[in-house]
Design a binder for this molecule. Structure first.
Ligand code: GLU
Length: 304
């Protein structure tokens, strides 16, 4: 298995050159453009890591899946979907265009920035409690008690996040977000700045592949109906406005982040974490997408 994964890394390394490091969060432009790693964690307890699987990067948008799970547990789908929709946008992840064109106004889905900011605001507790609950959930499902934020990326996001700020203030104006906008945004910036490796995101994938139950202990952390909702959003909106193409070419639920990570899973089988910080024009890891395509091809993983 490891040799096959190494071959896949080798074949796809050149796709790094099709990507660029993001600069809109200045600290992310300091990432290692050439890092490329894979980690697979399956439900039988087998784990395989190749390439730069210990490379650390910030989780960014992949965190949106976990905060969605927490908000679903806190509020239930009926209440949550009053504030955020279920449809793909076809626009970029940080677009604000569609916020104003639907009535009543609400973000299209929880995977775009506006939707994720709204979801984070729905998590119960004071801002400090919210963030602690998010970190606790991450630590539990990754089985990594050392998970913490990258302070430099967090401060960089906070300083330059005016587009997110604009959307959040707009959403408060239309009643999607309640309370202190800056404090809510601060939780969102922090959740995006959590520092992870491929192994951590593969474990999140495996947890979802197991429908919200920790495979080692059998503990049900998230109700399976909520895990299903999150996996469905990963298929329809997880790879930004390339989600349709990814579903056709790869065919497994996946969520990417501008830190270069992609968290993917095969229901009932495994979680897969991939990192490659150079991003294509949609914001997905340029080599990471190709690596996942080859893994899915080789092991016939498409769910469709
Ligand atoms: N923190 C990033 C932002 O708000 C997350 C974007 C992403 O990974 O898609 O722009």
């Amino acid at each position: 298995m490891e040799q096959k994964l190494r071959d896949i890394l080798k074949t796809n390394r050149s796709y790094i050159n099709n990507g660029k490091l993001p600069t809109y969060i200045p600290e992310l432009s300091k990432a290692d453009k050439n890092a490329l790693g894979i980690y697979i964690s399956d439900l039988n307890g087998e784990e395989y890591g190749v390439g730069d699987y210990e490379y650390k990067f910030t989780i960014q948008s992949i965190s949106k899946v976990v905060t969605l799970l927490l908000a679903l547990e806190d509020r239930g789908p009926e209440e949550l979907f009053q504030f955020v929709g279920m449809e793909p946008t076809g626009d970029s992840f940080n677009s604000m265009m569609k916020l104003e064109i639907v009535s009543p106004s609400k973000p299209f889905n929880p995977m775009i920035n506006a939707g994720a900011i709204a979801v984070t605001s729905l998590i119960k507790g004071s801002p400090e409690e919210k963030f602690q609950r998010i970190v606790d959930l991450f630590q539990k499902i990754t089985n990594n008690p050392n998970l913490q934020i990258n302070e430099n990326v967090y401060l960089s996001e906070k300083k330059t996040g005016d587009r997110n700020r604009a959307m959040a203030y707009f959403m408060r104006d239309v009643g999607v977000i309640k309370g202190d906008v800056e404090k809510n945004l601060d939780v969102y910036f922090k959740q995006c700045s959590l520092e992870v490796t491929c192994k951590d995101i593969a474990r999140i994938g495996r947890f979802l592949a197991n429908d919200g139950m920790l495979p080692e202990t059998g503990e049900i952390v998230i109700q399976s109906k909520h895990a299903k909702i999150a996996k469905t959003f990963m298929v329809t909106c997880g790879m930004y406005n390339a989600s349709g193409e990814f579903a056709i070419e790869v065919g497994i639920p996946a969520k990417s982040g501008v830190g270069g990570g992609i968290m993917a899973l095969v229901p009932g089988k495994m979680g897969i974490g991939v990192v490659g910080p150079a991003l294509d024009d949609k914001g997905n890891s340029s080599a990471g997408v190709k690596v996942l395509r080859d893994i899915a091809d080789l092991y016939n993983l498409s769910i469709f």
